[in-house]
Design a protein. Structure first.
Length: 243
């Protein structure tokens, strides 16, 4: 699934939290200086204000910035940090996000004998050619397929165009695993069969179904007919089963 990004009358400059806080202290001065630099290249773009986001700073403008505008802003920001300039990524316009999942990777890393971390996953993606030019929008999220499984599902968000061009390039492509499309922010799945977290109905090992209220082997609609606690009393408060 691909979602539309925010307004293109913004410029995102990725940097660490520490550098963002350092830069924003003199935001009014930076607005004036950037506008002066843009005027020097005869640009019609004007910076309105600067704010801090999770991934860096966001510069709001009156127009959609051109490549020359982005280059001028990048030059100013990196000059402002001098020795720390290498830690700042190039400014870019906002993009859409595509949501994907990777299946077929073990939950335990054979080399370290511990579960795969987000850093391990990012290293795997960087080393495979099908992810060339793909930029992660957030850290990978790793869950077990099921409680007794040794395999994982890895959820990744990538920066993309509104048409989902980058996602289409890698969906159903196989490297050491397979990339599938996913819904936006699926989180941790909950099985509607046994009501446990971490897997879906299709991979549930429980035969039959379990009641959400008491964990008994019957449908939740038939709870009153199969449990001693509230049978024959429709008005009683139902007990809660604590998982």
């Amino acid at each position: 699934m691909t979602t539309k990004g925010p307004s293109h009358k913004q410029i995102i400059v990725p940097m660490s939290v520490e550098l963002s806080k350092k830069f924003i202290k003199n935001s009014s001065m930076h607005v004036i200086n950037i506008n002066r630099a843009l005027k020097g290249i005869n640009s019609k773009t004007i910076v309105d204000f600067i704010c801090v986001e999770d991934k860096g700073i966001v510069i709001t403008t009156n127009n959609i910035s051109s490549n020359s505008d982005l280059q001028e802003i990048e030059k100013y920001i990196k000059n402002s940090f001098s020795s720390e300039a290498e830690q700042i990524s190039s400014p870019r316009l906002p993009q859409s996000k595509s949501y994907l999942k990777i299946v077929g990777i073990p939950y335990i890393n054979d080399i370290t004998n511990s579960r795969f971390s987000s850093d391990d996953v990012e290293s795997i993606l960087r080393s495979n050619h099908i992810f060339n030019g793909i930029i992660l929008a957030s850290r990978p999220h790793i869950i077990k397929v099921s409680y007794k499984s040794d395999m994982s599902i890895i959820w990744i968000d990538i920066w993309d165009s509104q048409s989902g061009f980058n996602a289409k390039k890698i969906i159903n492509r196989r490297f050491i695993a397979t990339v599938w499309g996913a819904n936006m922010n699926p989180g941790v799945p909950q099985c509607k069969n046994c009501w446990k977290w971490g897997h879906m109905v299709g991979v549930c090992c429980i035969q039959g179904v379990k009641c959400l209220k008491c964990n008994g082997l019957h449908l939740v609609e038939h709870h009153r007919h199969f449990t001693w606690c509230c049978k024959a009393n429709d008005k009683i408060n139902l007990p809660r089963y604590h998982k």
